[in-house]
Design a protein around this ligand. Structure first.
Ligand code: FES
Ligand code: FES
Length: 171
């Protein structure tokens, strides 16, 4: 919830969220996570630790996975923000969603949106990763249910299916 102090100093800011201009009110200390969840009702990014540790709030800013809980809304002006909601239809995210479901790569699911955003960025930069590279790429995303083996298997499976799709002869 937006704090009283933040409300009194709130100013209008225009942000680029998932390719759409979004005008919000934000104080100088209002985080991107607060704006996304409390003003824009984009709730995929989760408020876990709220101090930059768990990765549950991961979104892309300028194409790079970042902690929304550590990013100030005013600091995102002029920088495209993409949340999980904005990447659900990409081939990579579709493959990840299928593989996470098939592998049962979540338990409570609280960490899953942040993991998916981080995995999406990772597979975009390294489409043919091994187990160790995936663990390294997702090392900033903590899973309190400790489902890491399933998560790594799901990302490997998504990478394999994307590679298979890319190598299919054109119809
Ligand atoms: S909620 Fe942002 S890193 Fe934990
Ligand atoms: S599935 Fe529960 S925190 Fe990761």
């Amino acid at each position: 919830m937006t704090s009283p102090a933040a409300v009194t100093t709130a100013k209008r800011v225009e942000l680029d969220i998932n390719g759409t201009a979004a005008e919000v009110r934000a104080g100088l200390t209002t985080t991107l996570l607060t704006v996304l969840r409390d003003e824009l009702h984009l709730t995929a990014a989760k408020r876990g630790c709220n101090q930059g540790v768990c990765g549950a709030c991961t979104v892309e800013i300028d194409g790079v996975p970042m902690r929304a809980c550590l990013s100030l809304a005013h600091g995102c002006v002029g920088r495209p923000v993409r949340t999980l909601e904005g990447m659900l239809e990409t081939p990579c995210m579709q493959a990840l969603q299928r593989s996470f479901a098939a592998s049962g790569a979540f338990q409570c699911g609280f960490c899953t949106p942040g993991v998916l955003v981080a995995a999406h960025a990772f597979l975009t930069s390294d489409p043919n990763p091994d187990d160790a590279a995936i663990r390294q790429a997702l090392s900033g995303n903590l899973c309190r249910c400790t489902g890491y083996a399933g998560i790594v298997a799901a990302v490997l499976s998504a990478a394999a299916s994307l590679g298979a799709t890319a190598s299919e002869p054109a119809a």
